[in-house]
Design a protein around this ligand. Structure first.
Ligand code: COA
Length: 260
């Protein structure tokens, strides 16, 4: 599919997806969500791409939220459908992707922008980044998973404070709260993301995908994460990656994982 709101590049086994609506601070409209779904799906199915970085274009914003102009006159049904469709197409989709996804937050990550970053497997930020869930200031609540993922990451009290005040936290506060893993000057953000991705892609893609599934299982209602871990652990023994990883260790060489 041809993209109008995002750009994609793949180099050194790392796919980079950049949201590219700088005049709207990369706000997520319907088309952007569809394009992002398509790009994540394509990279997930592309065996060359072993890790994905998502960031925003420009120096100001990662994503300043869902596109407010698009839903301003929605009714109850349309509002519910907007959240349900977005969660299925993008936010849950990214969370459950087999390929690891790093959010490189290069500026404002607000509303749907922070929700997108939180759906990624982990986040790093530039020191100018500001994060928040300002939805209640618009008379609505977070609808792309924010009420669930924010408390998971920062704890219930801090999540309530962020949601109720509709305020923004600095990158340093986000670091202290565990919302992001690292903070660096903006000019170094992509290099750091690539360097972390570079460490990830040396490991077994099959094992990583099973680890993602096991970690996520612990946050799903009615699913026992420990059982998923046992299942994934057992399944790993049937993979070529496991044979290669253990053989390489015993032969004192670096593994070359076939990804199967
Ligand atoms: N949806 C739609 N358009 C948005 C947007 C959003 N979430 N966030 C920013 N924009 C647009 C602005 O309308 C403006 O467009 P215009 O130039 O056509 O008028 C452009 O992006 C630049 O934004 P602007 O507000 O002028 O920049 P700023 O530096 O003064 O303020 C923010 C930056 C992020 C503080 C401010 O844009 C903002 O509060 N955005 C909304 C954040 C939000 O509530 N997100 C949650 C949505 S559920």
């Amino acid at each position: 599919m041809a993209y109008e709101n995002i750009t994609v590049t793949a180099e050194d086994n790392i796919g980079i997806i950049t949201i590219n609506r700088p005049t709207k601070l990369n706000a997520l409209n319907k088309e952007t969500i569809v394009e992002l779904h398509d790009a994540f799906e394509a990279y997930d199915q592309n065996s060359y791409v072993k890790a994905i970085i998502i960031t925003g274009s420009g120096e100001k914003a990662f994503v300043a939220g869902a596109d407010i102009a698009e839903f301003a006159d929605f009714n109850v049904d349309e509002g519910e459908k907007l959240a349900a469709l977005g969660q299925a197409l993008l936010f849950d989709f990214v969370q459950d992707l087999s390929t690891p996804v790093i959010a490189a937050i290069n500026g404002f990550a607000l509303g749907g922008g922070l929700e997108l970053a939180m759906a990624c497997h982990f986040r790093i930020a530039s020191d100018n980044a500001k994060m928040g869930l300002p939805e209640v200031s618009l008379g609505v609540i977070p609808g792309y998973g924010g009420t669930q993922r924010l408390p998971q990451l920062v704890g219930k009290g801090r999540a309530f404070e962020m949601i109720m005040t509709a305020g923004m936290v600095t990158a340093q506060d986000a670091l202290a709260w565990g919302l992001v893993n690292h903070v660096v000057p903006q000019a170094e953000l992509l290099d750091l993301a690539k360097s972390i991705a570079g460490k990830i892609i040396k490991n077994s893609p099959v094992a990583i995908s099973k680890a993602i599934k096991a970690v996520n299982a612990g946050f799903e209602d009615g699913v026992n994460g420990y059982n998923q871990e046992v299942k994934g652990f057992g399944e790993a023994f049937g993979t070529e990656d496991f044979k290669e990883g253990t053989t390489a260790f015993l032969e004192k060489r670096k593994p070359v994982f076939p990804g199967k």
